[in-house]
Design a protein. Structure first.
Length: 263
């Protein structure tokens, strides 16, 4: 099939097969994820940019399906929404291969390790391992951060060609998360290209105050980058030099051990 015809078919599908009500319902579910507290109908309607009556119908539909509960005033998600996340994790080949490797890495290094993928301009953490001696908090499965200021994000962005990377950075809103966050697009472009050349990224206090992390790419059998894994620690506990000396070899070994299993 010629490329032009395929593109035309895709455009037709997007125009005729789009279900607006489903899109709105998913938008409401996403908004719950940004709030740690139950929300009122008015708050949800405003956050989703929806008429109050539309938001009300969506919420009652989600309530009937078991995804939302309400006391008559406040709405909150129910544990049933975890079915959606568990379905993704169970069907994701990268997660099924990497989770045992992350568990071994975390156990051997006695540090927390995580895996992330790129989703638009953000990274999403989809796997995590923690040694029993360390209390696990903060970054967890489903946690999102801007890609430009995280070590996993810069590793994932490095898979783009230089011109594509420059265009991607131009489209991003680079709001600083800490006093150390680099927001200059030329500096970021140079840093990510340098990370690509050295095969890892180390980001120091740019995404979270007092926290630094180091990441390497996860490549499938043909060399394409499909994810990134990292290890991080508070700046008072682990220096940048120690990250490179102690964490980097273990991360690289883990990445190498799974490459042939990722198709």
């Amino acid at each position: 099939m010629p490329k032009l015809k395929r593109a035309a078919d895709a455009d037709n599908r997007s125009a005729t097969d789009f279900i607006e009500s489903l899109d709105r319902g998913l938008r409401v579910l996403e908004i719950f994820g940004g709030s740690r507290q139950p929300m009122t109908l008015s708050d949800l309607a405003k956050a989703a940019d929806l008429p109050r009556a539309t938001a009300r119908r969506i919420l009652f539909t989600l309530e009937r399906a078991g995804f939302v509960a309400t006391d008559g005033k406040l709405f909150r998600l129910t544990p049933r929404v975890l079915v959606l996340a568990s379905s993704y994790l169970a069907s994701n080949h990268v997660v099924s291969v990497l989770q045992p490797a992350l568990d071994r890495l975390s156990s051997e290094a006695q540090e927390i390790s995580s895996m992330a993928i790129l989703d638009g301009n953000d990274v999403v953490f989809i796997a995590r391992a923690s040694p029993t001696r360390i209390f696990s908090s903060g970054i967890d499965i489903g946690y999102r951060l801007p890609a430009f200021c995280t070590s996993v994000g810069r590793v994932l962005l490095s898979r783009l060609a230089d011109d594509e990377l420059a265009a991607a950075l131009d489209r991003m809103e680079l709001a600083p998360l800490t006093p150390f966050t680099v927001t200059d697009k030329k500096k970021l472009l140079k840093a990510i290209i340098a990370d690509r050349a050295q095969g890892y990224s180390l980001v120091d206090r740019e995404a979270e105050p007092g926290f630094r992390s180091i990441s390497v790419p996860i490549r499938r059998y043909d060399g394409a980058i499909v994810a990134a894994i990292n290890m991080g620690a508070h700046v008072d506990r682990v220096s940048s030099a120690e990250m490179v000396e102690r964490f980097l070899p273990r991360l690289q070994e883990t990445a190498s051990s799974v490459k042939s299993m990722l198709v």
